[in-house]
Design a protein around this ligand. Structure first.
Ligand code: CA
Length: 408
């Protein structure tokens, strides 16, 4: 949920934890000067971005506040490698999430239907965002927003961006939407059931349950309606599907691929493109672009509503995870995979399989902590050792081949 900072978004952060980092010198938190921090905060209090914040509010929430150096480590962290799209989807769209999504879809059906009446956004799409962003409210993040955003406003790069978010966070507290101890989230400041940034809160959050507060942390109806409002603001079209998996005719010239290169659906039909099962393309969405996440893998035609998912996090793979989870939750698809398989002989692991892999690593004496299904630096190092022992490429990647080898 951050356009300007795409790899800091919650879903991508989840993957950073799963994927990609090895402890290095850059992971050592810097020492931050307390006096410099106090002086910076004093300066902010009078700044234009903070004009809506009362002096009392500012003092109340910054008194005795200390900077948190660990957020600067995360701000500067570079991914070790780019995760293949099939690994990304294996974790974000696994059977566990589909089952929980279907239960949530049923439980919140009355609210979701009223939300669709008001915003046009289909219930399964809202649930898809919810599942990818916070695992249906189970992973909201635990970092105090005021501390993280105050630190990022005074140290490191992009201070001006974070100052706007810091001011918005204080305004949320000033207006009493969220209690101070509930305003926690990702290190970059995304919070709530669908991980809004504070500035997004003021553009899109709504009070749907009618208690006068826009509480996207503890009120599921407020959070779901706010998510729909965000998608509506981004141009969501009522009644249109996001798109679908397609089959390209032999020898198809895919140079015209690109989500933004939209053409009338009839043009694609004339070119011989069909649905993945070979049946004719439907009439909606009327204008679509061709998306091929990995050469030789599944292809998709996507319309305007896919673009609204993209606008949530500025990543096509992220949009595809939401879209596919939504299809499964809404009963438009029955398999977590696509008709055309990904171009790999070593598919990625679900969270349940990641946990099984970790249990097998623990049994072999690797000190990786608990089997939490998150492939962090310790698990990755243990994987490398096992890959070396087994004569596999020691890249630290958790895949099906390694899991099979450790099972036997
Ligand atoms: Ca409310």
């Amino acid at each position: 949920m951050i356009q300007a900072l795409r790899r800091h978004s919650p879903a991508l952060l989840l993957l950073a934890a799963l994927a990609a980092t090895t402890a290095t010198a850059q992971d050592t938190p810097p020492t931050l000067d307390a006096a410099e921090f106090r002086a910076c905060l004093s300066g902010l209090q009078g700044a234009q971005a903070f004009r809506a914040i009362a002096g009392d509010t500012f003092r109340q929430h910054t008194q005795g506040l200390e900077p948190d150096p660990s957020v600067l480590v995360l701000l500067n962290r570079q991914p070790e490698f780019t995760m293949p799209v099939w690994d990304y989807l294996a974790v974000l769209v696994d059977q566990e999430r589909v089952d929980e999504g279907r239960a949530a879809f049923a439980k919140w059906q009355p609210a979701l239907q009223r939300i669709e009446q008001q915003t046009g956004v289909a219930p399964h799409i809202v649930v898809g965002v919810w599942g990818v962003e916070s695992n249906f409210g189970q992973n909201l993040g635990g970092r105090p927003l005021v501390q993280s955003l105050a630190t990022l406003s005074c140290f490191g790069r992009r201070q001006s961006y974070f100052r706007g978010e810091f001011a918005a966070a204080l305004r949320i507290l000033q207006e009493g939407h969220i209690a101070p101890d509930k305003l926690v989230g990702s290190w970059a400041g995304a919070f709530g059931q669908t991980q809004f940034m504070p500035s997004t809160f003021f553009r899109s959050a709504v009070d749907f349950d009618g208690d006068g507060r826009r509480d996207i942390v503890d009120s599921v109806p407020d959070a779901l309606a706010s998510t729909a409002k965000f998608l509506q603001n981004a141009g969501y079209r009522r009644g249109e599907p996001w798109g679908f998996e397609v089959k390209l005719p032999p020898g198809f010239d895919s140079r015209s691929a690109g989500r933004k290169n939209k053409r009338p659906i009839g043009d694609w039909r004339r070119d011989g493109v069909t649905l993945a099962d070979g049946s004719a393309l439907p009439d909606q969405p009327s204008s679509v672009g061709l998306m091929i996440p990995a050469r030789g893998g599944p292809a998709f035609l996507v319309g305007r509503n896919f673009d609204t998912l993209y606008s949530y996090n500025a990543s096509e793979n992220y949009g595809l995870a939401i879209a596919q989870l939504a299809n499964l939750v809404g009963g438009f698809s029955n398999s977590v995979g696509f008709v055309t398989p990904w171009p790999t002989d070593d598919p990625g692991l679900s969270r349940a399989q990641n946990r099984e892999l970790q249990i097998l690593l623990l049994a072999r004496g690797h000190d990786i902590g608990s089997a939490d299904g998150m492939i962090g630096a310790k698990t990755r190092e243990a994987i490398k050792l096992e890959q070396q022992r087994l004569g596999m490429k020691a890249d630290g990647r958790a895949g099906q081949k390694l899991l099979s080898a450790l099972r036997s």
